[in-house]
Design a protein around this ligand. Sequence first.
Ligand code: ARG
Length: 462
Amino acid sequence: MAKAKKSWEKRLSKQTDGLAVDFVESLSYDKRLYKYDIAGSIAHARMLSEQKLITKAEFKKIEKGLSEISDEISAGRFKFDKRLEDIHMAIEEALVAKIGAAGKKLHTGRSRNDQVATDVRLWMRDEIETLRNKLTGLQKSLVEMADKYDEFVMPAYTHMQRAQPVVIAGYLLSFVECFERDYIRLGNCRDLLNVCPLGSGAIAGSTLALDRRSTAKQLGFCEVSRNSIDAVSDRDFCAEFIFDCAMIATHLSRLAEDWIIYASNEFGFVRIDDSFCTSSSMMPQKRNPDMLELIRAKTAGVYGNLVAMLTILKGLASGYNRDLQEDKIHIFSAGDTVGASLDMASAIVLHTEFNTKKIEAELGEGFLDATSLAEYLVGKKVAFREAHGIVGALVAYCEKWGKKLCELSQEEFKGYSERIEPDVYDSLGAVNVTRKYVTEGAAGFGQSQEQIAYWQKRFAER
Ligand code: ARG
Protein backbone atom coordinates (compact mmCIF):
# COMPACT_ATOMS: atom_id res chain seq x y z
CA MET A 1 0.00 0.00 0.00
CA ALA A 2 1.22 3.47 -0.82
CA LYS A 3 2.29 5.66 2.06
CA ALA A 4 -0.46 7.95 3.27
CA LYS A 5 0.98 11.44 3.22
CA LYS A 6 0.26 13.13 6.49
CA SER A 7 1.08 16.78 6.97
CA TRP A 8 3.21 16.03 10.03
CA GLU A 9 5.43 13.35 8.51
CA LYS A 10 8.48 15.59 8.92
CA ARG A 11 7.86 15.85 12.66
CA LEU A 12 7.28 12.22 13.61
CA SER A 13 10.05 9.82 12.70
CA LYS A 14 7.88 6.73 12.39
CA GLN A 15 4.75 5.64 10.60
CA THR A 16 1.73 5.34 12.90
CA ASP A 17 1.37 1.83 14.30
CA GLY A 18 -1.42 -0.21 12.67
CA LEU A 19 -3.26 -0.59 15.93
CA ALA A 20 -3.03 3.15 16.54
CA VAL A 21 -4.30 3.88 13.01
CA ASP A 22 -7.47 1.91 13.70
CA PHE A 23 -7.84 3.36 17.15
CA VAL A 24 -7.43 7.02 16.28
CA GLU A 25 -9.37 7.18 13.04
CA SER A 26 -12.77 8.81 12.80
CA LEU A 27 -13.03 8.71 9.03
CA SER A 28 -15.33 5.71 9.18
CA TYR A 29 -18.01 7.86 10.76
CA ASP A 30 -17.08 11.49 10.14
CA LYS A 31 -17.06 11.06 6.37
CA ARG A 32 -20.71 11.98 6.51
CA LEU A 33 -19.53 15.52 7.28
CA TYR A 34 -17.88 15.84 3.89
CA LYS A 35 -20.30 18.37 2.40
CA TYR A 36 -19.95 20.64 5.40
CA ASP A 37 -16.19 20.26 5.45
CA ILE A 38 -16.02 21.27 1.80
CA ALA A 39 -18.40 24.20 2.28
CA GLY A 40 -16.25 25.37 5.21
CA SER A 41 -13.06 25.00 3.19
CA ILE A 42 -14.42 26.93 0.22
CA ALA A 43 -15.52 29.76 2.50
CA HIS A 44 -12.14 29.75 4.23
CA ALA A 45 -10.26 29.79 0.91
CA ARG A 46 -12.42 32.60 -0.46
CA MET A 47 -11.66 34.62 2.65
CA LEU A 48 -7.93 33.87 2.28
CA SER A 49 -8.05 35.27 -1.23
CA GLU A 50 -10.04 38.32 -0.14
CA GLN A 51 -7.31 38.91 2.46
CA LYS A 52 -4.60 38.40 -0.20
CA LEU A 53 -3.20 35.45 1.73
CA ILE A 54 -3.67 33.40 -1.43
CA THR A 55 -4.24 34.57 -5.00
CA LYS A 56 -7.59 34.63 -6.75
CA ALA A 57 -6.32 31.99 -9.14
CA GLU A 58 -5.31 29.75 -6.26
CA PHE A 59 -8.76 30.15 -4.74
CA LYS A 60 -10.39 29.21 -8.04
CA LYS A 61 -8.26 26.07 -8.24
CA ILE A 62 -9.10 25.16 -4.66
CA GLU A 63 -12.79 25.75 -5.20
CA LYS A 64 -12.87 23.65 -8.36
CA GLY A 65 -10.82 20.88 -6.80
CA LEU A 66 -13.02 20.74 -3.73
CA SER A 67 -16.22 20.64 -5.72
CA GLU A 68 -14.82 17.76 -7.80
CA ILE A 69 -13.95 15.93 -4.61
CA SER A 70 -17.48 16.54 -3.38
CA ASP A 71 -18.86 14.96 -6.55
CA GLU A 72 -16.49 12.01 -6.24
CA ILE A 73 -17.55 11.36 -2.67
CA SER A 74 -21.26 11.65 -3.39
CA ALA A 75 -20.89 9.33 -6.39
CA GLY A 76 -19.02 6.80 -4.24
CA ARG A 77 -15.88 7.18 -6.34
CA PHE A 78 -13.67 8.58 -3.58
CA LYS A 79 -11.05 6.29 -2.02
CA PHE A 80 -11.08 6.74 1.74
CA ASP A 81 -7.82 5.90 3.48
CA LYS A 82 -8.21 5.57 7.22
CA ARG A 83 -4.53 6.35 7.72
CA LEU A 84 -5.52 9.95 7.04
CA GLU A 85 -7.53 9.78 10.25
CA ASP A 86 -10.50 11.91 9.43
CA ILE A 87 -12.54 13.54 6.70
CA HIS A 88 -10.63 16.81 7.05
CA MET A 89 -7.28 15.29 6.21
CA ALA A 90 -8.73 12.94 3.62
CA ILE A 91 -10.15 15.85 1.66
CA GLU A 92 -7.08 18.04 2.07
CA GLU A 93 -4.79 15.25 0.89
CA ALA A 94 -7.02 14.56 -2.11
CA LEU A 95 -7.00 18.26 -2.95
CA VAL A 96 -3.21 18.46 -2.88
CA ALA A 97 -3.01 15.33 -5.05
CA LYS A 98 -5.44 16.91 -7.47
CA ILE A 99 -4.26 20.53 -7.75
CA GLY A 100 -0.77 20.49 -6.22
CA ALA A 101 0.80 23.64 -4.72
CA ALA A 102 -2.40 25.70 -4.33
CA GLY A 103 -3.93 22.86 -2.30
CA LYS A 104 -1.14 23.19 0.24
CA LYS A 105 -2.34 26.71 1.02
CA LEU A 106 -5.87 25.76 2.02
CA HIS A 107 -5.04 25.12 5.64
CA THR A 108 -3.49 28.58 6.11
CA GLY A 109 -4.60 30.04 9.44
CA ARG A 110 -6.73 27.04 10.22
CA SER A 111 -6.55 24.03 12.51
CA ARG A 112 -8.64 20.89 12.44
CA ASN A 113 -9.82 22.09 15.82
CA ASP A 114 -11.75 25.09 14.54
CA GLN A 115 -12.49 23.22 11.33
CA VAL A 116 -14.27 20.30 12.98
CA ALA A 117 -16.12 22.60 15.39
CA THR A 118 -17.41 24.46 12.33
CA ASP A 119 -18.33 21.29 10.41
CA VAL A 120 -20.28 19.87 13.30
CA ARG A 121 -22.26 23.07 13.72
CA LEU A 122 -23.08 23.15 10.02
CA TRP A 123 -24.16 19.51 10.10
CA MET A 124 -26.29 20.07 13.15
CA ARG A 125 -28.10 23.03 11.64
CA ASP A 126 -29.28 20.79 8.81
CA GLU A 127 -30.00 17.85 11.07
CA ILE A 128 -32.16 20.06 13.26
CA GLU A 129 -34.13 21.15 10.19
CA THR A 130 -34.64 17.52 9.21
CA LEU A 131 -35.79 16.55 12.69
CA ARG A 132 -38.09 19.55 12.92
CA ASN A 133 -39.71 18.56 9.63
CA LYS A 134 -40.19 15.03 10.91
CA LEU A 135 -41.71 16.39 14.12
CA THR A 136 -44.13 18.49 12.09
CA GLY A 137 -45.01 15.43 10.02
CA LEU A 138 -45.85 13.46 13.13
CA GLN A 139 -47.81 16.35 14.59
CA LYS A 140 -49.82 16.63 11.39
CA SER A 141 -50.63 12.93 11.47
CA LEU A 142 -51.78 13.22 15.07
CA VAL A 143 -53.95 16.24 14.29
CA GLU A 144 -55.45 14.44 11.32
CA MET A 145 -56.26 11.51 13.57
CA ALA A 146 -57.66 13.86 16.21
CA ASP A 147 -59.93 15.36 13.57
CA LYS A 148 -61.28 11.89 12.85
CA TYR A 149 -62.04 11.21 16.50
CA ASP A 150 -63.28 14.59 17.68
CA GLU A 151 -66.71 13.23 18.54
CA PHE A 152 -65.68 10.12 20.42
CA VAL A 153 -65.08 9.78 24.13
CA MET A 154 -62.56 7.62 25.93
CA PRO A 155 -61.52 7.24 29.54
CA ALA A 156 -58.47 9.18 30.67
CA TYR A 157 -56.29 7.58 33.30
CA THR A 158 -54.33 8.82 36.26
CA HIS A 159 -52.23 6.27 38.14
CA MET A 160 -53.41 3.95 35.34
CA GLN A 161 -56.87 4.01 36.96
CA ARG A 162 -59.94 5.30 35.16
CA ALA A 163 -60.16 9.00 35.95
CA GLN A 164 -62.37 11.22 33.81
CA PRO A 165 -63.85 11.04 30.33
CA VAL A 166 -62.06 12.89 27.52
CA VAL A 167 -62.53 13.32 23.81
CA ILE A 168 -60.19 10.97 21.92
CA ALA A 169 -59.05 14.02 19.96
CA GLY A 170 -57.97 15.70 23.20
CA TYR A 171 -55.91 12.69 24.14
CA LEU A 172 -54.16 12.69 20.75
CA LEU A 173 -53.60 16.43 20.84
CA SER A 174 -51.77 16.11 24.15
CA PHE A 175 -48.90 14.56 22.21
CA VAL A 176 -48.96 17.35 19.65
CA GLU A 177 -48.12 19.67 22.55
CA CYS A 178 -45.15 17.53 23.59
CA PHE A 179 -43.77 17.48 20.08
CA GLU A 180 -44.31 21.21 19.74
CA ARG A 181 -42.06 21.82 22.72
CA ASP A 182 -39.50 19.54 21.09
CA TYR A 183 -39.81 21.56 17.90
CA ILE A 184 -39.21 24.80 19.78
CA ARG A 185 -36.36 23.31 21.81
CA LEU A 186 -34.55 22.25 18.65
CA GLY A 187 -35.05 25.73 17.19
CA ASN A 188 -33.52 27.25 20.32
CA CYS A 189 -30.62 24.82 20.08
CA ARG A 190 -30.02 25.88 16.47
CA ASP A 191 -30.14 29.58 17.36
CA LEU A 192 -27.62 29.10 20.14
CA LEU A 193 -25.21 27.02 18.09
CA ASN A 194 -25.24 29.29 15.07
CA VAL A 195 -21.93 30.94 15.96
CA CYS A 196 -18.82 30.49 13.82
CA PRO A 197 -15.67 29.15 15.48
CA LEU A 198 -13.62 29.33 12.27
CA GLY A 199 -10.55 31.50 12.72
CA SER A 200 -9.99 30.33 16.27
CA GLY A 201 -7.26 28.06 14.91
CA ALA A 202 -5.89 25.44 17.26
CA ILE A 203 -6.64 27.42 20.40
CA ALA A 204 -5.27 30.97 20.19
CA GLY A 205 -6.40 32.37 16.86
CA SER A 206 -3.82 33.40 14.27
CA THR A 207 -1.13 35.96 13.56
CA LEU A 208 -2.50 36.15 10.01
CA ALA A 209 -5.12 38.77 9.22
CA LEU A 210 -8.06 36.42 8.77
CA ASP A 211 -11.46 37.97 8.22
CA ARG A 212 -13.62 35.88 10.48
CA ARG A 213 -16.76 37.83 9.64
CA SER A 214 -16.40 36.90 6.00
CA THR A 215 -16.31 33.13 6.60
CA ALA A 216 -19.09 33.38 9.17
CA LYS A 217 -21.27 35.28 6.73
CA GLN A 218 -20.54 32.95 3.84
CA LEU A 219 -21.54 29.97 5.97
CA GLY A 220 -24.75 31.54 7.25
CA PHE A 221 -23.64 31.99 10.85
CA CYS A 222 -25.16 34.86 12.82
CA GLU A 223 -22.03 35.70 14.79
CA VAL A 224 -18.39 34.80 15.27
CA SER A 225 -17.30 33.22 18.53
CA ARG A 226 -15.83 35.68 21.01
CA ASN A 227 -13.12 33.57 22.62
CA SER A 228 -10.86 31.20 20.70
CA ILE A 229 -10.01 29.00 23.70
CA ASP A 230 -13.68 28.38 24.34
CA ALA A 231 -14.55 28.10 20.66
CA VAL A 232 -12.39 25.05 19.95
CA SER A 233 -13.58 23.07 22.94
CA ASP A 234 -17.21 24.13 23.21
CA ARG A 235 -19.49 21.17 22.63
CA ASP A 236 -22.34 22.41 24.82
CA PHE A 237 -24.51 22.43 21.73
CA CYS A 238 -23.82 18.72 21.21
CA ALA A 239 -25.02 17.86 24.69
CA GLU A 240 -28.01 20.12 24.21
CA PHE A 241 -28.86 18.60 20.84
CA ILE A 242 -28.73 15.11 22.28
CA PHE A 243 -30.88 16.21 25.20
CA ASP A 244 -33.44 17.51 22.74
CA CYS A 245 -33.30 14.16 20.96
CA ALA A 246 -33.65 12.36 24.29
CA MET A 247 -36.74 14.41 25.07
CA ILE A 248 -38.27 13.53 21.70
CA ALA A 249 -37.45 9.89 22.38
CA THR A 250 -39.12 10.18 25.77
CA HIS A 251 -42.30 11.52 24.23
CA LEU A 252 -42.26 8.85 21.54
CA SER A 253 -41.69 6.21 24.16
CA ARG A 254 -44.68 7.37 26.19
CA LEU A 255 -46.89 7.33 23.13
CA ALA A 256 -45.58 3.85 22.33
CA GLU A 257 -46.24 2.64 25.87
CA ASP A 258 -49.83 3.93 25.74
CA TRP A 259 -50.55 2.22 22.48
CA ILE A 260 -48.88 -1.03 23.45
CA ILE A 261 -51.31 -1.11 26.37
CA TYR A 262 -54.21 0.11 24.25
CA ALA A 263 -53.54 -2.60 21.66
CA SER A 264 -53.77 -5.38 24.23
CA ASN A 265 -56.79 -7.65 24.37
CA GLU A 266 -57.58 -6.35 27.82
CA PHE A 267 -57.90 -2.76 26.57
CA GLY A 268 -58.63 -3.21 22.90
CA PHE A 269 -58.70 0.56 22.39
CA VAL A 270 -56.63 0.62 19.22
CA ARG A 271 -55.89 -1.62 16.31
CA ILE A 272 -52.55 -1.18 14.60
CA ASP A 273 -52.61 -2.16 10.95
CA ASP A 274 -51.18 -5.60 10.12
CA SER A 275 -48.46 -3.97 8.05
CA PHE A 276 -46.99 -2.55 11.25
CA CYS A 277 -47.36 -5.64 13.43
CA THR A 278 -45.36 -8.82 13.72
CA SER A 279 -46.52 -12.24 14.77
CA SER A 280 -45.03 -15.04 16.82
CA SER A 281 -42.93 -17.90 15.52
CA MET A 282 -44.83 -20.17 17.89
CA MET A 283 -48.20 -18.68 18.80
CA PRO A 284 -50.29 -18.40 15.65
CA GLN A 285 -52.82 -15.96 17.08
CA LYS A 286 -50.37 -13.16 17.90
CA ARG A 287 -50.37 -9.60 16.53
CA ASN A 288 -47.52 -7.92 18.29
CA PRO A 289 -46.78 -4.17 18.47
CA ASP A 290 -43.03 -4.67 18.01
CA MET A 291 -42.48 -1.32 16.25
CA LEU A 292 -43.80 0.49 19.30
CA GLU A 293 -41.73 -1.66 21.63
CA LEU A 294 -38.63 -0.80 19.63
CA ILE A 295 -39.45 2.92 19.68
CA ARG A 296 -39.65 2.54 23.46
CA ALA A 297 -36.38 0.61 23.66
CA LYS A 298 -34.43 2.90 21.34
CA THR A 299 -34.98 5.70 23.84
CA ALA A 300 -32.46 3.95 26.06
CA GLY A 301 -29.76 4.33 23.44
CA VAL A 302 -30.41 8.06 23.12
CA TYR A 303 -30.18 8.49 26.89
CA GLY A 304 -26.91 6.60 26.63
CA ASN A 305 -25.69 9.08 24.02
CA LEU A 306 -26.57 11.95 26.33
CA VAL A 307 -24.79 10.53 29.34
CA ALA A 308 -21.78 9.64 27.18
CA MET A 309 -21.60 13.16 25.73
CA LEU A 310 -21.81 14.83 29.12
CA THR A 311 -19.23 12.45 30.50
CA ILE A 312 -16.84 13.17 27.63
CA LEU A 313 -17.06 16.86 28.46
CA LYS A 314 -16.80 16.79 32.20
CA GLY A 315 -13.15 15.87 32.54
CA LEU A 316 -11.63 17.89 29.73
CA ALA A 317 -8.74 20.23 30.29
CA SER A 318 -9.13 23.61 28.58
CA GLY A 319 -8.82 23.69 24.82
CA TYR A 320 -9.27 20.92 22.29
CA ASN A 321 -8.67 17.33 23.39
CA ARG A 322 -9.03 14.31 21.15
CA ASP A 323 -11.84 13.09 23.40
CA LEU A 324 -13.98 15.53 21.46
CA GLN A 325 -13.69 13.39 18.35
CA GLU A 326 -16.21 11.03 19.93
CA ASP A 327 -18.87 13.74 20.13
CA LYS A 328 -19.82 12.73 16.60
CA ILE A 329 -20.57 9.13 17.53
CA HIS A 330 -23.21 10.36 19.94
CA ILE A 331 -24.75 13.22 17.99
CA PHE A 332 -25.03 11.07 14.86
CA SER A 333 -26.47 8.16 16.77
CA ALA A 334 -28.99 10.32 18.66
CA GLY A 335 -30.10 12.11 15.48
CA ASP A 336 -30.34 8.89 13.45
CA THR A 337 -32.23 7.00 16.12
CA VAL A 338 -34.74 9.72 16.79
CA GLY A 339 -35.18 10.40 13.07
CA ALA A 340 -36.00 6.74 12.43
CA SER A 341 -38.33 6.56 15.41
CA LEU A 342 -40.16 9.70 14.29
CA ASP A 343 -40.67 8.21 10.83
CA MET A 344 -41.96 4.98 12.33
CA ALA A 345 -44.25 6.75 14.78
CA SER A 346 -45.76 8.87 11.98
CA ALA A 347 -46.41 5.78 9.90
CA ILE A 348 -48.02 3.98 12.81
CA VAL A 349 -50.27 6.93 13.61
CA LEU A 350 -51.49 6.85 10.02
CA HIS A 351 -52.14 3.12 10.28
CA THR A 352 -53.93 2.87 13.59
CA GLU A 353 -57.62 3.01 14.38
CA PHE A 354 -59.45 3.52 17.63
CA ASN A 355 -62.03 0.88 18.42
CA THR A 356 -64.66 3.44 19.37
CA LYS A 357 -67.42 0.83 19.72
CA LYS A 358 -65.54 -1.12 22.37
CA ILE A 359 -64.40 2.01 24.16
CA GLU A 360 -67.96 3.40 24.21
CA ALA A 361 -69.45 0.15 25.42
CA GLU A 362 -67.21 0.30 28.48
CA LEU A 363 -67.46 4.01 29.28
CA GLY A 364 -69.90 3.23 32.10
CA GLU A 365 -67.17 1.41 34.00
CA GLY A 366 -65.00 3.07 36.63
CA PHE A 367 -67.20 6.02 37.69
CA LEU A 368 -65.69 8.43 35.17
CA ASP A 369 -68.50 10.84 36.04
CA ALA A 370 -67.82 11.01 39.80
CA THR A 371 -65.89 14.29 39.64
CA SER A 372 -68.58 15.80 37.46
CA LEU A 373 -71.18 14.85 40.08
CA ALA A 374 -69.13 16.54 42.80
CA GLU A 375 -68.92 19.67 40.62
CA TYR A 376 -72.67 19.45 40.06
CA LEU A 377 -73.07 19.69 43.83
CA VAL A 378 -70.74 22.68 43.93
CA GLY A 379 -73.20 24.27 41.49
CA LYS A 380 -75.89 23.56 44.12
CA LYS A 381 -73.86 25.49 46.70
CA VAL A 382 -72.31 22.49 48.45
CA ALA A 383 -68.70 23.03 49.53
CA PHE A 384 -66.39 21.00 47.30
CA ARG A 385 -64.89 19.01 50.17
CA GLU A 386 -68.38 18.05 51.31
CA ALA A 387 -69.42 17.22 47.77
CA HIS A 388 -66.34 15.04 47.41
CA GLY A 389 -67.41 13.10 50.53
CA ILE A 390 -70.99 12.71 49.33
CA VAL A 391 -69.92 11.36 45.95
CA GLY A 392 -67.35 9.10 47.59
CA ALA A 393 -70.10 7.57 49.66
CA LEU A 394 -72.36 7.28 46.59
CA VAL A 395 -69.61 5.48 44.68
CA ALA A 396 -69.15 3.05 47.57
CA TYR A 397 -72.91 2.48 47.56
CA CYS A 398 -72.91 1.85 43.81
CA GLU A 399 -70.03 -0.56 44.10
CA LYS A 400 -71.87 -2.49 46.76
CA TRP A 401 -75.03 -2.83 44.68
CA GLY A 402 -73.40 -3.14 41.30
CA LYS A 403 -74.87 0.11 39.96
CA LYS A 404 -73.63 3.09 38.00
CA LEU A 405 -74.14 6.63 39.26
CA CYS A 406 -76.51 7.39 36.38
CA GLU A 407 -78.64 4.40 37.34
CA LEU A 408 -79.44 5.70 40.81
CA SER A 409 -82.96 6.93 41.50
CA GLN A 410 -83.85 10.31 42.96
CA GLU A 411 -84.67 8.58 46.24
CA GLU A 412 -81.30 6.92 46.37
CA PHE A 413 -79.58 10.26 45.67
CA LYS A 414 -81.65 12.06 48.29
CA GLY A 415 -80.42 9.58 50.89
CA TYR A 416 -76.97 11.17 50.40
CA SER A 417 -77.79 14.79 49.65
CA GLU A 418 -80.94 16.88 49.63
CA ARG A 419 -79.31 19.12 47.03
CA ILE A 420 -79.40 16.52 44.28
CA GLU A 421 -82.27 17.26 41.90
CA PRO A 422 -83.61 15.64 38.73
CA ASP A 423 -81.27 17.75 36.58
CA VAL A 424 -78.39 15.68 37.99
CA TYR A 425 -78.64 13.21 35.12
CA ASP A 426 -77.22 15.84 32.71
CA SER A 427 -74.00 15.66 34.69
CA LEU A 428 -73.78 11.89 34.62
CA GLY A 429 -72.55 9.51 31.96
CA ALA A 430 -69.20 9.96 30.24
CA VAL A 431 -70.50 11.65 27.09
CA ASN A 432 -72.64 14.12 29.08
CA VAL A 433 -69.69 14.97 31.27
CA THR A 434 -67.43 15.54 28.29
CA ARG A 435 -69.99 17.99 26.92
CA LYS A 436 -69.88 19.95 30.14
CA TYR A 437 -66.21 20.84 30.28
CA VAL A 438 -65.97 24.62 30.10
CA THR A 439 -62.39 25.46 31.03
CA GLU A 440 -59.92 26.62 28.43
CA GLY A 441 -57.71 23.74 27.36
CA ALA A 442 -60.04 21.09 28.78
CA ALA A 443 -60.40 17.70 27.08
CA GLY A 444 -63.92 18.45 25.89
CA PHE A 445 -65.46 18.52 22.42
CA GLY A 446 -65.33 22.26 21.82
CA GLN A 447 -61.84 22.70 23.18
CA SER A 448 -60.50 19.85 21.07
CA GLN A 449 -62.04 21.35 17.96
CA GLU A 450 -60.49 24.70 18.79
CA GLN A 451 -57.11 23.04 19.23
CA ILE A 452 -57.43 21.21 15.92
CA ALA A 453 -58.19 24.50 14.18
CA TYR A 454 -55.26 26.13 15.97
CA TRP A 455 -52.82 23.46 14.80
CA GLN A 456 -54.11 23.39 11.25
CA LYS A 457 -53.49 27.11 11.05
CA ARG A 458 -50.05 26.80 12.61
CA PHE A 459 -48.95 24.05 10.24
CA ALA A 460 -50.18 26.00 7.23
CA GLU A 461 -47.85 28.83 8.27
CA ARG A 462 -44.87 26.52 8.90
N1 ARG B 1 -11.00 14.10 13.91
C1 ARG B 1 -10.85 15.11 14.89
C2 ARG B 1 -12.18 15.35 15.63
O1 ARG B 1 -13.13 14.90 15.16
C3 ARG B 1 -10.41 16.37 14.24
C4 ARG B 1 -9.68 17.30 15.11
C5 ARG B 1 -8.37 16.74 15.45
N2 ARG B 1 -7.53 17.74 15.95
C6 ARG B 1 -6.32 17.48 16.44
N3 ARG B 1 -5.65 18.48 16.80
N4 ARG B 1 -5.91 16.28 16.60
O2 ARG B 1 -12.22 15.98 16.65
